[in-house]
Design a protein around this ligand. Structure first.
Ligand SMILES: Cc1cc2nc3c(=O)[nH]c(=O)nc-3n(C[C@H](O)[C@H](O)[C@H](O)COP(=O)(O)OP(=O)(O)OC[C@H]3O[C@@H](n4cnc5c(N)ncnc54)[C@H](O)[C@@H]3O)c2cc1C
Length: 524
């Protein structure tokens, strides 16, 4: 007999199969001689009280084995398919669009400006160590897109926009741990993501799809209300390719694509987005606050059975939402600029989340009215505002990838930090009054937001923490509009704006789901 049950257990019990089976036996009032098999289906942490509990959904097999579920996905051979779809960008949106194309019998042809996932690593090292930003290969551009060297958090609130379970199962099929199907807040980690991305590419190639790296979309020609051909720049020069359908999944950092569309009078819209800084705390401090510890010893003993703690903060300030974004427990702050004269931060974590720092974007939500001074740039107003902040960070940081930074409490008190604590950001930091970088639009709202966070999480506002600027690529400041039912651009029937860059996703899973939706919408 198999039964599903909900349990609340201690962190120790959740990690120990013998203890957990005892708990299940008691729960089901089983006799001692009954043979019990268990499988954890869902797991979440309830850390609201001092006594931390783990919520589990457990499948119990009494005198009955629980067979492991084997995830089998099949991708038909599309080698000789007459239906092709050119997918621009090999981020999560582009890759999952390609996988869905395979399922639909369409041959996907991926055009990616960056390098394959392994070759990309050298360019990341060059940013971190030599301050050299390759505009075609960096933390945002290259195989796997912006999500490749990330924390690989796989949760999304967009559960109405697609089948989250299918996306997670596709990751498992391509080598991710099955734990991502169990955890309420699953993540993969930077050390594991590149291999998964490579396996996804191999699936695409094995089934007859094509993938081109170092190939950048430069331009396109139209005939009537369709794109007839695209111009690609690759290692051998420029090439024109005739196309049937295009999924444009170029991400939020492909500024040249927005500029190209704007120049060609293809409809774009300015879109609200958020700007701010990355805050970094000692992980033990965040653990201590979130797990209600009175001493470092208590942190150490609780952490034996609990993961690095995270947080999620939000506060309304002066008509703006101030909130935490993309929190990376046990993580590293990454230099995410895509061209030379800008500094951009984001964060990543390895699968074990075992670095001594906790970082998170803390950003201020901006509305269209905030772009007013940039009105002359039309739909690109927000983009110009974003550029200006990134350039200011570069100037104040010393015109390299060194980032401007300040101790958190000093920032809230308007005091210069004479020295900065250690930080995970590899290119280095320069002590700066961050108010100068953030200006009137962001600075005061952030200051008040941090103060409010300090009363929600006692100890959060401390000079042991740092803020590093700027966190500016939270989402795109430009939307590429599309028909709400058919998902094609209103002026171009065979152009499907897709993923985060088009304004329809925010994060790996939602971008992947949007890729699938766009592939589903293609007509021949
Ligand atoms: C450091 C970092 C950490 C992150 N951590 C997380 C996380 O933990 N969880 C999460 O859900 N999200 C995270 N994100 C955000 C997430 O990566 C994005 O939301 C997601 O990758 C968006 O997917 P996308 O496919 O729409 O676009 P992207 O991933 O941006 O992919 C776009 C691709 O298009 C290519 N491209 C651009 N222009 C052209 C062109 N002209 N021609 C050809 N190719 C082009 C780019 O090279 C890129 O590979 C993180 C982002 C960063 C930078």
């Amino acid at each position: 007999m198999q039964t599903k049950l909900q349990l609340q257990v201690s962190p120790q019990t959740a990690l120990n199969e013998v203890l957990l089976k005892e708990e299940v036996k008691q729960h089901l009032s089983l006799k001692d001689h009954a043979t019990l098999h268990i499988k954890i289906l869902k797991r979440s942490i309830d850390a609201r009280g001092r006594k931390i509990r783990i919520n589990l959904t457990v499948l119990a097999g009494v005198d009955e084995m629980i067979l492991p579920e084997k995830i089998q996905l099949t991708y038909p051979d599309v080698c000789s398919s007459r239906k092709t779809c050119h997918i621009i960008g090999a981020g999560p949106a582009g890759l999952f669009a390609a996988l869905r194309c395979l399922e639909l019998g369409i041959k996907p042809v991926i055009i990616e400006r960056g390098k394959d996932v392994k070759a990309r690593r050298r360019d990341l090292a060059a940013i971190n160590k030599e301050h050299l930003v390759n505009p075609e290969s960096n933390y945002c551009f290259g195989e796997g897109g912006a999500g490749t060297y990330s924390d690989g958090k796989l949760y999304t609130r967009s559960n109405k926009r697609g089948d989250i379970e299918k996306i997670l199962k596709t990751f498992v099929f391509h080598g991710a741990s099955e734990e991502i199907l169990v955890d309420a807040h699953p993540h993969i980690g930077t050390n594991k993501l590149p291999q998964l991305i490579q396996y996804i590419r191999e699936t695409i190639l094995r089934s007859g799809g094509e993938v081109f790296f170092n190939a950048k979309l430069l331009d396109f020609k139209t005939e009537g209300d369709k794109i007839s051909s695209i111009k690609i720049l690759n290692e051998t020069g420029e090439q024109d390719i005739v196309v049937q359908n295009i999924i444009l999944a170029t991400g939020h950092s492909a500024r040249d694509i927005y500029e190209l569309l704007n120049k060609k009078n293809i409809l774009l819209e300015a879109k609200p987005f958020a700007l701010g800084v990355r805050a970094e705390h000692p992980q033990s401090l965040i653990d201590s606050i979130q797990y209600h510890c009175g001493s470092l010893e208590e942190v150490i003993s609780k952490r034996e059975f609990l993961p690095a703690a995270s947080y999620n903060l939000v506060q309304q300030v002066r008509g703006h939402g101030v909130y935490s974004f993309c929190m990376c427990p046990g993580g590293i702050i990454a230099p995410c600029a895509t061209s030379q004269e800008e500094v951009v931060t984001n964060g990543w974590s390895p699968s074990k989340r075992n670095n001594p720092y906790a970082n998170s974007g803390i950003v201020v939500g901006l509305e269209l009215k905030d772009f007013e001074p940039y009105r002359k740039h039309g739909p690109l107003a927000g983009l110009e505002l974003q550029k200006q902040f990134e350039h200011a960070a570069w100037m104040f940081g010393g015109k390299t990838q060194t980032a401007p930074a300040q101790r958190l409490q000093d920032f809230t008190n308007g005091k210069f930090s004479s020295a900065l604590p250690d930080c995970s950001y590899q290119p280095g930091l320069k002590s700066v009054e961050m108010q100068q970088v953030l200006g009137k639009l962001i600075g005061p709202a952030l200051k008040e937001g941090f103060k409010a966070f300090g009363s929600k999480m006692r100890g959060y506002v401390t000079n042991d923490a740092l803020i590093v600027g700027v966190e500016s690529r939270t989402s795109t400041p430009v939307r590429i509009p599309r028909d709400k039912d058919h998902l094609n651009h209103p002026q171009l029937k065979n152009l499907f704006p897709c993923g985060e860059g088009a304004g329809y996703a925010g994060g790996i899973v939602s971008a992947a789901m949007d890729g699938e939706r766009c592939a589903n919408s293609i007509k021949y």
